[in-house]
Design a protein around this ligand. Sequence first.
Ligand code: PLP
Length: 429
Amino acid sequence: MSTSARPPSVDRLARAVSAATGLPHAVSVDLARRAIAGGATAEAGVVADAVAWRRQLLGPVINATGVLLHTNLGRAPLAAHHAARPTNVELDLVTGQRGSRQRGVGSLLASLCAAEAAMVVNNNAAAVLLAVAALAARREVLVSRGESVEIGGAFRVPEVIEQSGATLVDVGTTNRTRLADYRRAISRAGADVAVVLKVHPSNYRVDGFVESTTVADLSTLPVPVIADLGSGLIDANCPWLSGPPPAWLAGEPAVRQSIDEGAALVTFSGDKLFGGPQAGIIAGRAEFVQRCAAHPLARALRPGVHVLAALQDVALAYLGRTVVGEVPFWRMAAAPLSEVRARAERLGERTGGAVVESEAVPGAGSAPGAVIPSAAAAFDGDLLAALREGATPVIGRVRDGRTLLDLRSVDPADDEALTAAVQHVTGGR
Ligand SMILES: *Cc1c(COP(=O)(O)O)cnc(C)c1O
């Protein structure tokens, strides 16, 4: 007879796991079985592991990093308040016939972008893939060597083009590409160039001896130009803000201006500077948008009704000039510094933190190098792990041995919860 400790009973362990985590019994049984198979003997250890496992499930957090569009935190925060009801997503209410899920939101986005037409897919990577596949499969795509880039999250231009079925033709050099380089590539012997793809190198910057070609110049070429703008700044003039465009947007290419300069298609993300849900938008000339919509990949990349409804709300907010009131990203970005500082002071007073100047950033690879003046409450030491542990995890950053909680990326409606979370960690100094 063996004298070694008997493994704990699955059922007893599972009950303890459920009691501690609130997970359904079936999940707790799975976790308990796996723990026992892995040699676990102590109930406390298994429960602690289950509590940690539970924390990978999605839940709200408070973003006090100062990175307004934090890719790890879902980029643009957005309220989703559509009731559990059927929606006329593919029904034409006038004729009673089957309609297109792209039509309503597509025409709003087209108005907004001053484009002939627009459509929506799941993200901007999908938008680029579809646009290149629809316009250039089995033919050639010209891309400047300076724009053959990787953008965070493994979006690599050469690989996307390869997957589209088109052939990449590199043009120019890493730091300088001129219109004449594109011309030479188009007229070289045996060329079969379908489009030029201009990619905004969103998350990095090359300085010094650098030259690139504008959309306006590229549009003089005898092939259509697809401009992958990435960030989705709709209009460089920001007419939805009460003042002039903020300094931090300088140099960021914008949708309306790119179309105006002659881009045949532009592609951009829904959840970067646009401030909407995760989506990819393709806008431009009707014949090309139509080719994208008719391509077999369009079906595989089509967005769901919740995304379309949220995009519709955001498009209406832009068209109705209610962006700052209704689109959280722009509310955070446009908040006066004095307001942000007053909130940081209040947080500091109630938690024993010192108020410091801070530099918030747009994030998600938008406007690299740009900073938005902000204010933070600062606490000695590294409190990041403790702050992540609360019922509503708080995400901050550490600089020079202090924990900074930047108020610009926090919704003012969360200030109370943030204060309580910090008091819990600091003992309410
Ligand atoms: C962000 C970005 C992408 C990828 O967009 P997702 O919406 O994340 O798929 C592609 N191109 C550019 C230029 C970008 O900035």
